[in-house]
Design a protein around this ligand. Structure first.
Ligand code: GSH
Length: 231
């Protein structure tokens, strides 16, 4: 059984999508990041960066004790290797997938996250920051659209690279017109229609009934962070 430390954000959705696709049994441990659960000492022990998602595998394949992992990319890779699904061992297929997984982790996620921050959450509306991250979003959407022009999925076959990218493509929130990116739109619709994707988002709705971070207390917890010392 996998324990999934989760909240209903793009990085959290990645893991429920993969878990639903693989059929691995899992148990959700909600971490309400708007309330500060990510700073609880027991959570920091498995996720020292005070971010969701994280997992604990209570039955790792080496037969040893429980194994914890943080960082969504590392979790996707681990679960794919555990189940033998969505990350083949063949050298070239795997290299193809891993480069797009890292592209998502190092570029698509962080840049679109800044778009959300400056456009949606920041009380001060800074035109330069909004413009910069909206343009960067447009550029990254363009990279994906080009990539998908002659293949069904990011690395040809449906993989953890698609699962990592999908929850981040939110055109209305990111001020993009998806019709300008027809191959990205076709890809997004195809993943949205998968039963596992639908189950993952339905589960999210049962964990968090009020997804928007609106109140001042949550803003302070999420956006006023400096160094946090546990020792
Ligand atoms: N690179 C990390 C990013 C994780 C991340 O930013 N998680 C956000 C939600 S999407 C979070 O837990 N935020 C809590 C906080 O900012 O304190 C990953 O992919 O796992």
């Amino acid at each position: 059984m996998i324990d999934l430390y989760y909240w209903t954000t793009p990085n959290g959705h990645k893991i429920t999508i993969l878990l639903e696709e693989t059929g691995l049994p899992y148990n959700i441990k909600p971490v309400d990041i708007g309330k500060g659960d990510q700073f609880k000492p027991e959570f920091l022990k498995i996720s020292p960066n005070n971010r969701i998602p994280a997992i604990v595998d209570n039955q790792p394949s080496d037969g040893g004790g429980p194994l914890s992992i943080f960082e969504s990319g590392a979790i996707l890779e681990y679960l794919a290797m555990k189940t033998g699904k969505f990350l083949p061992s063949d050298l070239r297929r795997r290299a193809e997938i891993m480069q797009w997984l890292f592209w998502q982790m190092g570029g698509l996620g962080p840049m679109l996250g800044q778009n959300h921050h400056f456009r949606g959450y920041s009380a001060e509306k800074i035109p330069y920051a909004i413009e910069r991250y909206t343009k960067e979003t447009e550029r990254l959407y363009g990279v994906l659209d080009e990539r998908l022009a002659d293949r069904e999925f990011v690395a040809n076959e449906y993989s953890i690279a698609d699962i990592a990218c999908y929850p981040w493509i939110q055109p209305a929130r990111q001020r993009q017109n998806i019709d300008d990116f027809p191959d990205l739109k076709r890809w997004k619709d195809a993943i949205a229609a998968r039963p596992a994707t639908q189950r993952a988002y339905a589960i999210g709705k049962t964990v968090n009934v009020q997804p928007a971070i609106s109140d001042e207390a949550s803003r302070k917890i999420l956006f006023g962070q400096g160094r946090h010392t546990v020792r």
